[in-house]
Design a protein around this ligand. Structure first.
Ligand code: FDA
Length: 302
């Protein structure tokens, strides 16, 4: 009970206090912190995707920071001999202010990724962004098919239709690359499935659809039930490890991560960094209020 209450209060607590709860999910403030984490992961058999934290800007002038951060990350990552991609949130590129401006800025990043042989993943945000984020992907994928990927959220009622659209864009020359996750934003019952069993059922149905269309999937989950379901599907479809990867968040369920790697599957870890860690952290902590309780105990009960 108490953890749930604290989790709800998080956005109103002083930032310093929230940082105490958050630091296990954030690699650090600087790009170098993310690269260090990526090197460490590489030594432990995992790839990384780095994410410069930032979202919901209010002025287009703020886009330059997000664009420069991604470009700098790509340059630095290209110098390291690591399999690392970049993830970005289109709202931090002005998606909700001016679509064309956002498209041009993200295009610049994806084009540079293409020149450097890297890939950029477009994260999926709340339901008001989905149409625009799919359109962003459609256009960029048509131009740079191997350098851009998208995220699909299984909790959305619309997802089965979106997957049909994605499959129609997929071919050997223009491979679609999807990260499949449950979805993290708070949506209404009209828009999203709310029950855990329903979401899990949808997730495995979506994964089956993607595999049956030969689409590369980043299986992004820490849910053991879904991981086992994915193992079964991988076996049933007779897939080799270069046709999919598992993905997890930095700091979450490291034992399950090691188990998956131990079974010979590829694993990519989402490594966030940057000054703007507050929104990201409060979402993660609200998702797992028990952790708040554990940290409070560790802090106060000695
Ligand atoms: P679930 O929430 O049921 O968690 C399963 C178990 O994992 C829990 O019982 C707990 O043990 C552990 N766990 C989960 N979260 C934890 C936490 N924060 N701390 C500690 N333990 C935790 N969403 C989105 O809307 N758009 C996006 O672009 C992305 N991108 C993305 C990338 C990657 C690599 C991952 C792994 C996830 C996302 N997500 C996302 C988030 C995703 O939608 C979802 O909210 C979380 O992954 C939690 O769902 P699970 O499938 O892990 O199951």
């Amino acid at each position: 009970m108490i953890h749930r209450l604290i989790a709800r209060m998080l956005p109103f607590l002083p930032k310093k206090v929230v940082w105490l709860f958050s630091r296990r999910y954030i690699s650090g403030i600087h790009l170098e912190d993310a690269v260090k984490a990526a090197i460490d992961l590489d030594q432990n058999g995992a790839w990384a995707t780095v994410d410069h934290l930032g979202e919901f800007i209010t002025e287009l002038a703020q886009v330059a920071e997000a664009r420069e951060a991604c470009l700098n990350a790509l340059e630095l990552l290209a110098r390291e001999d690591l399999n690392v991609t970049c993830s970005l949130k289109p709202t931090s590129f002005g998606l909700l202010i001016n679509f064309d401006f956002c498209y041009q800025a993200v295009r610049e990043v994806v084009m540079r990724a293409g020149e450097l042989g890297k890939m950029v993943r477009i994260d999926m945000e709340d339901a008001t962004c989905v149409d625009r984020e799919l359109e962003l992907y459609r256009r960029l994928h048509a131009e740079f098919p191997k350098n851009v990927g998208i995220v699909i959220q299984s909790y959305l009622r619309r997802t089965a239709d979106d997957l049909i659209k994605l499959a129609s864009w997929h071919s050997d020359k223009t491979p679609v690359n999807v990260r499949l996750c449950k979805g993290i934003y708070q949506e209404s019952e009209v828009i999203a499935y709310k029950k855990r069993d329903e979401i899990n059922e949808r997730y495995l149905a979506d994964l089956t659809f993607l595999f049956s269309h030969g689409i590369y999937v980043g299986i992004a989950t820490h849910d053991k039930f879904l991981v086992r379901g994915a193992y079964d599907l991988i076996e049933n479809f007779g897939l080799s490890p270069d046709q999919y990867e598992f993905q997890m968040l930095f700091g979450v369920t490291p034992e399950l991560r090691a188990e998956i790697i131990g079974h010979g599957h590829h694993m990519r870890v989402y490594v966030p960094y940057g000054r703007d860690w507050f929104g990201y952290s409060t979402r993660r902590l609200r998702e797992n209020p028990k952790m708040v309780g554990q940290i409070i105990k560790a802090l106060f009960i000695r």
